[in-house]
Design a protein around this ligand. Structure first.
Ligand SMILES: [Zn+2]
Length: 325
């Protein structure tokens, strides 16, 4: 006779502006299955919620588990969440305001839901399962569409007076003539050092006539340029991609140095697709650039490392939040 399924599985969802990632974990946080689907935020919240539910149904089917085997669902959201983890206060990329997402998902799935900010979710995952294990004081920088920052002090996430600590992506680096940021300002850190910034610079240079293998690798469609394509071009020795990535490492080094000078963490831990794809090439350059801007740049002070989790940090962290709820 088959044993009855256990009821202590957890589902983690990473809700991004472009894709929904879902994974199911067993009681020991071992990954059983993962699925993804396009978010399509332009279709409105009801449609996006439907797509989240479908992704969860698919991931449970892939793991051959009924909904009743799931003790909790955690959803990482790119935005500001109420302190109880139930309502999305603001999610700018999704155009959501005061959406009771946890209640709406529970109604359809009959599973208790906990919401968490996506960057805080990634930081929890780095603390418990990534290269932050064993550390008490560190700062995460997730480099993707923007740049998210998570601060851990005494083993706990530091949220600040109003829950907004860690917005490292909006440090002003080139405030006067830098690119326009999603926040309305100019020259924020993420406008010069995110993957979006890297792609924008490469596309602009190609449009001016500079040659790059990126054009062939993306079949002439710039919207298809992702970290994997950038890594391939870099490894092939593409001059334009190397130049832009090396500049980006300088900026990331300046960002890391600022964090080190202010907080004196045990480590600055980098994550996100670009680092997953090119971290081995970028980390030495970022470290070198950081050393130039850190007061007393000893190796212990300038300890910059990869998260070790790649794209899974968000789903894993959402699952950790649901387990702790
Ligand atoms: Zn900004």
């Amino acid at each position: 006779m088959k044993p009855a399924p256990r009821h202590d599985h957890i589902v983690g969802v990473d809700l991004g502006g472009t894709k929904i990632l879902a994974a199911v974990y067993d009681a020991k946080h071992r990954l059983l299955a993962r699925e993804k689907k396009a978010t399509k935020p332009e279709l409105g919240p009801a449609e996006v919620i439907g797509r989240i539910v479908e992704t969860i149904n698919e991931v449970l089917a892939a793991a051959a588990l009924p909904h009743s085997a799931v003790a909790g669902l955690g959803v990482g959201v790119p935005g500001l969440i109420d302190p109880k983890g139930q309502i999305v206060r603001v999610a700018a990329n999704l155009h959501w305001h005061d959406l009771p997402l946890a209640k709406l998902l529970t109604k359809q799935l009959r599973i208790p839901v906990t919401l968490i900010n996506d960057v805080q979710a990634g930081t929890l995952a780095v603390r418990d399962f990534g290269t932050g294990r064993g550390l008490t004081d560190f700062v995460c920088m997730f480099i993707g569409t923007g740049i998210g920052g998570g601060v851990v002090t005494n083993g706990k996430i530091y949220r600040g007076a109003h829950g907004l600590a860690g917005e490292i992506g909006h440090m002003a680096i080139v405030p006067h003539d830098g690119p326009r940021c999603g926040c309305g300002n100019r020259g924020c850190f993420e406008t010069v050092a995110s993957r979006t910034a890297v792609v924008r610079r490469i596309v602009r240079e190609m449009d001016k006539g500079r040659k790059s293998v990126v054009r062939d690798l993306c079949d002439g469609d710039a919207s298809r340029i992702r970290s994997r394509i950038l890594a391939e071009a870099y490894r092939e020795g593409d001059e334009l991609v190397r130049e832009v990535i090396h500049d980006t490492c300088e900026y990331l080094g300046i960002g890391a140095a600022t964090v080190i000078n202010i907080l004196n963490p045990q480590a600055v831990i980098l994550g996100g697709g670009l680092i997953e794809a090119l971290g081995d090439r970028m980390l030495p350059r970022i470290t070198k650039a950081a050393k130039a801007h850190v007061i007393d740049p000893t190796p212990a002070r300038v300890n910059i490392r990869d998260s070790g989790l790649g794209d899974d940090a968000g789903i894993l962290g959402a699952a950790i939040a649901a387990r702790a709820a």
